[in-house]
Design a protein around this ligand. Structure first.
Ligand SMILES: C[S@@+](CC[C@H](N)C(=O)[O-])C[C@H]1O[C@@H](n2cnc3c(N)ncnc32)[C@H](O)[C@@H]1O
Length: 299
């Protein structure tokens, strides 16, 4: 504790970024605070445009990640852009961003959300299937990747879910799309993970060596089964050659509580997500560790 106080005192006097720090623009104390394994997510209410998308994350949390894992002017990628939150966050903290989104209506929402900010670094939206768009991007072209992948076909099945019912009542979409290439429409969970693995293999190729990728996910229930999605994502990221460096629990304690299971059985109200932090440590040979059934990635 004494050491921390001394660090704080020294930094207050100097407000310096450690000259050895090639990752971000944080002082050592700011760095330390961000490594706490629990974050509290307190986003403002979603605007009407963003609320049209059924599964978004909060820009405020993504700004924290971008500011930790990049320096100003560096390049960020999101292979599942959705309503454009990652690029909005990039704009807010002065980084260039590229986002890939399959569904035209979400790519349009992202465009519209970015239109309101005419100044700032360049943000690029690529409309298409990540499995096809990523192979067109050059090797080692991004400094950081952050994304929240589709939740398998859970948005399709979860018809009796209270949140889904509330969105339906408001006339809002409850799924990403009906498109065949939408990973959120694959019936088999194993097949879904396999296809997601192909995206992660490509992410590793386009990410610079020693740089980081964060995957923001929540676990979910499917019928009577609780699916530890974060654990499955970790497995396929490791198969794609990434190293798991840590997990931050993102507490979402402003969500509504619902009486699931009462009075018969324990059913969790899931009020947190996981920020899974992976690093591209370099020396991976794709043929050694490609995910089950996936194609060999471009060199
Ligand atoms: C969980 S959402 C991302 C939401 C985003 N983080 C936000 O805040 O708006 C996942 C997105 O992946 C998109 N998607 C599904 N399959 C895809 C594919 N094959 N290629 C690119 N995007 C895809 C879905 O349309 C959906 O918008």
């Amino acid at each position: 504790m004494h050491k921390v106080l001394l660090m704080l005192h020294k930094e207050k006097k100097e407000q310096l970024v450690d000259p050895r720090n090639s990752l971000n623009e944080l002082t050592n104390t700011q760095w330390m605070v961000e490594t706490k394994s629990v974050w509290f997510s307190r986003p403002p209410q979603r605007d009407k445009l963003k609320a049209r998308h059924p599964a978004t994350y909060a820009e405020s949390d993504i700004v924290r990640l971008i500011e930790f894992f990049t320096k100003p002017g560096q390049e960020v990628l999101d292979p599942f852009l959705g309503s454009g939150s990652t690029l909005v966050a990039c704009t807010q903290c002065g980084r260039e961003g590229t986002g890939i989104e399959l569904v035209e209506q979400w790519a349009d929402v992202a465009r519209e959300r970015l239109d309101s900010s005419t100044t700032g670094p360049k943000q690029t939206i690529l409309h298409g299937d990540s499995r096809e768009v990523l192979p067109t991007l050059p090797d080692a072209s991004f400094d950081f990747i952050v994304t929240s992948p589709p939740y398998w076909m859970i948005l399709r099945k979860d018809l009796d879910h209270k949140v889904t019912a509330e969105r339906k009542a408001k006339g809002l979409d409850t799924r990403y799309s009906d498109e065949e290439n939408d990973l959120g429409n694959l019936e088999s969970y194993d097949n879904f993970l396999e296809e997601l693995g192909k995206v992660f293999v490509e992410c590793r190729r386009v990410l610079k060596k020693k740089r980081y990728m964060c995957v923001v996910v929540s676990d979910f229930r499917h019928k009577s089964k609780f699916v530890a999605y974060h654990a499955d994502i970790t497995k396929i990221m490791e198969s794609a050659g990434f190293n798991l460096e840590g997990i931050t629990v993102l507490v979402q304690d402003s969500k509504n509580l619902y009486p699931y299971g009462i009075p018969y059985a324990f059913v969790s109200n899931i009020h947190h997500q996981y920020i899974l932090v992976f690093r591209n440590n370099g020396t991976y040979k794709p043929t050694e560790a490609a995910p089950r059934g996936s194609q060999t990635p471009c060199a």
